[in-house]
Design a protein around this ligand. Structure first.
Ligand code: ACO
Length: 161
């Protein structure tokens, strides 16, 4: 597995990889709506971390960093159906944690789908949000039927070890 950070910088390579990732999200997150997913994946304030296996994108996370608030929102997270339950979802999240840690991000927030709460909990996310509300409210959008969860990044931890 290798990992790529992708932004919609107009380059054909990034666009191609983002398109692959968008298609995985479209299949794995049917409730989100394909147009909504496409808009955020290609939005220039969002970034994505893609996992590549045998030359193909097999999963990833689209996230929005808020450097002024030192937190990032995990917007979409999925692994393709054929590649689930192999530990890729955990490795993708660990890659994201390590990279954001090095950028001075201290917290992650996500609105977890109810069936994905178990996955996020395994990655260390918690339903108790400890960040002060002013720090994140208005920076991330509300989702109906999803549970807000927080991960606190520990600067002493190497998330890749
Ligand atoms: N419930 C409980 N535990 C889970 C779940 C779940 N739904 N999914 C994974 N886990 C656990 C695994 O058992 C594993 O535990 P272990 O370390 O003790 O073995 C650990 O989490 C990591 O599992 P992986 O194999 O790394 O997970 P996978 O590669 O299958 O990816 C993911 C997990 C991303 C949730 C995948 O199942 C998926 O794409 N699901 C559909 C899309 C989805 O629901 N995405 C999240 C929506 S919310 C959002 O995007 C903000």
């Amino acid at each position: 597995l290798r990992f790529l950070i992708l932004r919609n910088d107009g380059s054909p390579l990034a666009c191609e990889r983002l398109l692959e990732l968008k298609n995985i999200f479209g299949k794995q997150l049917p409730k989100m709506g394909k147009q909504y997913i496409a808009r955020l994946v290609f939005d220039r304030q969002h970034e994505s971390l893609a996992a590549i296996y045998a030359g193909e994108v097999v999963g990833g996370i689209t996230y929005r960093p808020h450097p002024s608030q030192a937190f990032a929102e995990v917007v979409f997270c999925a692994v393709s159906a054929e590649q689930q339950v192999r530990g890729y979802g955990a490795r993708i999240m660990n890659q994201l944690m390590e990279r954001l840690k090095r950028q001075g991000i201290t917290h992650l927030l996500t609105y977890a789908d109810n069936h994905a709460i178990g996955y996020f909990r395994k990655q260390g996310f918690n339903k108790q949000v400890t960040m002060k509300r002013e720090r994140w409210h208005g920076y991330i959008k509300d989702y109906d039927g999803a549970t807000l969860m927080e991960f606190i990044i520990d600067p002493r931890i190497d998330y890749l070890s």
